[in-house]
Design a protein around this ligand. Sequence first.
Ligand code: UFG
Length: 339
Amino acid sequence: MRVLVVGGAGYIGSHVCRALAARGDEPIVFDNFCSGHRHAVKWGELVEGDIRNPADIARALSVHSPDAVMHFAANIEVGSGETQPLDFWDNNVGGVINLLKEMQAANCRTLVFSSTCATYGIPETVPMTEDEPQAPINVYGRTKLAVETMLSDLARCGHIDYAALRYFNACGASPDGDIGEEHDPETHLIPNALKAAAGLGGKMKLFGTDYPTRDGTCIRDYIHVVDLADVHLRALDHLIAGRGSFACNVGTGDGFTVREVLDAIARVTGRPVPFEEHPRRAGDPPVLSANTARAKSLLGFEPQHSSIDEIVADAWRFHQKVWAAELAELANQEQMEIA
Ligand code: UFG
């Protein structure tokens, strides 16, 4: 199968390209490199382009005639959405409208779409099933819900087949340390905590210690990016086999507090995470975790790599590579201080 991976140079997109290539499919990376990385384009050809420019999409579709499209090219930083909402609507919704129009013109009707647990907002019940009311509390979640609504309309009219995968907390890296999470600015817990543990960038800020959870910090459902990639392939196969459009949670069903993640980092890396306690970060729900029954029954999906220790070990291996120069410099300084 040939698959156009829109946002294929980004964190999750590049892992999906790796997984597609590993099983003999042909990924084609489409990316504008606003946040993706050229060094993450290792599998398949590259089309440099922007989904806000319909001609770029038309060119990619006509040159490569993909059997399906996967879409990852979205603004994801929740805080930026609150200050730049039009950018989020333009790229996350306008970009997908362009993509769907061009797919229709090119007779390509299969789309796997990156959605998010942020479409639920603050859940009434956890673990959350897909029937949990979708009431997002930020611009990011609202743009993703808008696309889900649009996709469901198009599918009902028989125009497309789609999967909307509602990710919980994506984390980890490829086990060979080749590709991983590199956002700028980085807002996610595990890379920020690893950086602090490595002695780079000072203490980590721990946001919120007065949540109604077992240790006062937020609980999240952390899923390894390699498992996430696997679920994309399963979703693609499901659609291509004609088994119908769907939306589905992608998590593990387990939840860890922030303090438990910091403990795992100390255990796996042998380095405690220096942190300081801060007030709650705006928009953080206390607990998010997935009911995973639908992913299992519909796609046969069960996470294989998402123990918290495996996640941290893989992320740490990757970040040690990325930070090699800074870590060597730090070790040098420490040697000089000892001498
Ligand atoms: N946290 C810290 N310090 C940090 C970073 C995070 O204490 O430096 C805390 C957060 O407050 C939160 C937990 O760690 O309690 C997890 O935070 P992340 O930023 O790693 O992840 P989020 O749960 O906020 O975000 C994820 C996805 C988003 C999605 C959101 C839905 O990354 O794309 O879930 O709620 F929108």
